[in-house]
Design a protein around this ligand. Structure first.
Ligand SMILES: Nc1ncnc2c1ncn2[C@@H]1O[C@H](COP(=O)(O)OP(=O)(O)OP(=O)(O)O)[C@@H](O)[C@H]1O
Length: 278
């Protein structure tokens, strides 16, 4: 079953017991300083965060607050300067080697010379999965994202939204425990974005993955998330973790509800405490 809690705790407090579900990501007193020619950049400062199995967690905050950096630390693409992070009880490196991650970027990052099916196959080719298994996974996930008739097309023959759906299918093909998504719909028009938000919610319900999602959009964070991590810049800190009171099963009409507006207003107020959202 899904866990129902995410907690932010201060340094001296032990992490709180979870009501249910296993701890997928545990971050303690984590800081990250980039050394640059212009001097050190404090990208993340003293981050404490617990994310549980089945949660849909969004990171929101203004440009430069460290959302992508934190996602990359989870994915073992960056390493903390101090503090610790565990992913399902292991290091991010072990989690990466165990293929726990599916990563979806803002740009679909599909190879133009490969068909959609062959793009989806790539991570499975790298992990030397049998061809029959690759085919089964490609069929399953292209169907799930509504691209069952596009196996043989090339990326440039698809719209931006379809390309992004293909990149989600590619991430899901290796059956990752964790889906890490960095502003995946940021470059899309609003109508396509609405559609893909609903698709993503459906896929999340179907697969029961844990999702960590970076966004600049308050409505998107409210619509999608079970928990919203509000971050502030200079240095990047977690200002507040808000647990959503909205149901897990959602429709676009929910955006007209009082609960939706109240949650959006709460996020806006937290963001406004130390900065303006860009
Ligand atoms: N490889 C790097 N080397 C040096 N500084 C970096 C590096 N990557 C990120 N930074 C800096 O770290 C800070 C956090 O960057 P990050 O990209 O994580 O922010 P963000 O919240 O994701 O921003 P955006 O919303 O614009 O994508 C910024 O000041 C950025 O310039």
């Amino acid at each position: 079953m899904y866990a129902e809690k995410i907690e932010m705790h201060n340094h001296n407090e032990a992490p709180m017991e979870t009501k249910s579900g296993r701890l997928m990501i545990g971050v303690k007193n984590l800081s990250l300083i980039f050394q640059t020619n212009d001097g050190p950049v404090n990208a993340l400062s003293d981050i404490n965060l617990d994310i549980h199995e089945g949660d849909f967690v969004s990171f929101i905050g203004p440009s430069g607050c460290g959302k992508t950096t934190l996602l990359r630390v989870i994915a073992d693409l960056e390493h903390p300067t101090s503090g610790t992070i565990e992913v399902d009880g292991t290091s991010p490196e072990d989690a990466r080697l165990n293929r726990m991650y599916g990563y979806v970027f803002q740009a679909p990052a599909l190879f133009p010379w490969r068909t959609i099916a062959d793009n989806c196959a790539l991570p499975m080719e790298i992990s030397a999965q049998p061809k029959a298994r690759q085919q089964k996974q490609i069929d399953k996930y292209l169907q799930m994202v509504g691209l069952q008739n596009f196996h043989k097309k090339y990326p440039w023959q698809l719209s931006g939204g379809m390309q992004q759906r293909a990149s989600i299918a590619r991430a899901l093909c290796i059956e990752p425990e964790l889906l890490l998504m960095d502003e995946p719909f940021g470059a899309l028009d609003e109508i396509t974005r609405d559609h893909l938000n609903m698709e993503l919610l459906r896929i999340w319900q179907e697969t029961r993955k844990t999702v960590v999602f970076v966004t600049h959009s308050i409505p998107e964070a409210v619509l999608l998330s079970t928990h919203i991590v509000v971050m502030s810049p200079r240095p990047g800190r977690v200002t507040k973790v808000i647990e959503s009171p909205l149901p897990r099963e959602k429709s676009l009409q929910l955006r007209d509800s009082d609960d939706f507006h109240a949650l959006a207003a709460e996020i806006r107020a937290v963001l406004a405490t130390d900065h303006q959202i860009d």
